[in-house]
Design a protein around this ligand. Structure first.
Ligand code: B12
Ligand code: SF4
Ligand code: SF4
Length: 394
């Protein structure tokens, strides 16, 4: 017996919940409502080095999901909860405090959702095949596809786009990862989520350390800590390093301050996203001993591997500099002398300048005599000038 599109949509939603998704809605394959925002965003260059967002093919496909799956008749949008960063204190035992610890955004504490979700999406596609009685043409994505995922989620009724640019569900907050399935089957679409529950609140705008949130509910990625610590492969601009604080991978600040998360966000009980030991707040000094082999072993199947060893160590030395604790000097001295990657050595020099004091100055002077890489020498000289300025004004 053929199911009507409403019953079918209801059955699919129940199955998605059984597969571990907390949010599920259906929308049409029509062009996303705010595609013009995305085009303006690219024209302003806010995507920085994320060239994959800006190609002509990427633009066309984001503007028209039917170019991805010809014959597409519905899009299922799903949300899966990841741990609340406020569960940090339960996730780690800091009995050895005070120590030099960094922070990892909570979506990255467990297994990589790019690896975890495809099997669940395929299980959902199999269920739909069973329901309709014939194979269905479908494409599934989570983050990696040419879709404006938040825009589609809002149109599928999952929540509104907050001033922090995140998709927020009115009773479950924003600690969700999104996934979509494009289908050649017609399902009853959900009504778009029309309300804007941000009202006069501006907490995220005030809390963002780099001030990168823009008035049109997009952000200047070039200044966002998440971009700087994950996507940016080159040197972090000098004026932004001190604003990164202790973040070594991603940033949760604009979501943590949001009242909708403070009131409603439950944490995830999905074993796939359970925090790996030591990950929510890694020991910065210990991380500096990572080699390509130990990095690959430690972060196998983790989102953190995206930063690669050089990017991760760059972030670790910046966080050590921001701690401004002389206890960090020996580890940074070792990094400046021994880490083969000039990018990391250069940021280690900057970090020593931030910590300051006689020991840090001594290490920088020694390194200047031995360093042959121009970019690192420039960082050492800049750190020494900064230190000189600090000493004069003291
Ligand atoms: C590039 C990217 C980034 C960049 C840029 C982020 C950004 N805000 O643009 C960086 C590296 C900074 C980043 C950071 C993060 N990201 Co990211 N990122 C993406 C990616 C791949 C593309 C986003 C994009 O196209 N940006 C360009 C802008 C123009 O598009 P947009 O932000 O989607 O905005 C649209 C809507 O907001 C809408 N819109 C704009 N104004 C208005 C106004 C109204 C009234 C309405 C209704 C709509 C609307 O129009 C825009 C165009 O359609 C998406 C996956 C995807 N394919 O969509 C994940 C995604 C957005 N990221 C995600 C996550 C989890 C994060 C982080 C939380 C990770 C972390 N903890 O560090 C942070 C959050 C930072 C933040 N405040 O956004 C999730 C978001 C889930 C959610 N609940 O919203 C996504 C959907 C990935 C996923 N599959 O789960 N990310
Ligand atoms: S993720 Fe951090 S840096 Fe990026 S917008 Fe949010 S608070 Fe600002
Ligand atoms: S902190 Fe306030 S303004 Fe920002 S997204 Fe949450 S409700 Fe909206």
């Amino acid at each position: 017996m053929q199911l009507d599109r409403q019953t079918l949509a209801g059955n699919i939603k129940a199955e998605a919940v059984r597969l571990g998704f907390q949010l599920v809605g259906v929308t049409t394959p029509d062009p996303p409502p705010h595609v013009a925002f995305y085009k303006r965003w690219l024209e302003a260059g806010y995507q920085g080095e994320m060239a994959y967002l800006a190609s002509e093919r990427a633009r066309q496909r984001r503007a028209d999901p039917r170019l991805i799956l010809p014959g597409c008749r519905s899009i299922i949008v799903l949300g899966i909860r990841y741990p609340s960063p406020d569960s940090l204190s339960q996730a780690v035992n800091h009995s050895d405090e005070p120590s030099l610890r960094g922070r990892v955004a909570s979506y990255a504490w467990g297994d990589d959702y790019h690896d975890v979700l495809p099997a669940r999406l395929e299980a959902l596609a199999d269920f739909i095949t069973d329901q309709v009685g014939h194979p269905v043409a479908h494409c599934s994505y989570t983050d990696s596809g040419p879709l404006l995922e938040r825009d589609l989620a809002q149109r599928a009724g999952l929540g509104w786009i907050g001033k922090n640019t995140c998709l927020i569900h009115p009773r479950q907050g924003s600690y969700f990862l999104l996934a979509e399935m494009l289908l050649d089957v017609e399902l009853e679409p959900d009504p778009p989520f029309q309300a804007d529950h941000c009202g006069s609140c501006t907490r995220c705008l005030e809390a963002c350390p780099t001030g990168c949130l823009l008035p049109d509910r997009t952000l200047d990625a070039r200044r966002c800590i998440s971009y700087l610590t994950i996507e940016l492969k080159s040197a972090i601009p000098l004026d932004l390093r001190s604003q990164i604080g202790e973040w070594v991978f991603g940033c949760d600040i604009c979501q943590q301050v949001c009242p909708w998360n403070q009131r409603f966000a439950a944490t995830s009980d999905d074993p796939a996203f359970e925090a790996r030991p030591g990950l929510p707040s890694p020991d910065l000094v210990a991380e500096l001993a990572l080699t390509p082999e130990t990095f690959n072993r430690k972060f196998k199947g983790s989102p953190v591997k995206r930063a690669k060893l050089r990017g991760y160590l760059r972030n670790v030395v910046v966080a050590l500099g921001n701690k401004a604790d002389p206890l960090g000097v020996p580890a940074l001295a070792h990094a400046l002398k021994s880490i083969p990657e000039p990018l990391v050595r250069g940021h280690a020099a900057w970090a020593l300048g931030q910590i300051g004091g006689r020991a840090a100055r001594f290490v920088l002077e020694q390194a200047l005599q031995e360093e042959s890489e121009d970019s690192v020498r420039a960082e050492i000289e800049s750190a020494m000038r900064w230190l000189g300025g600090q000493e004069e004004s003291a």
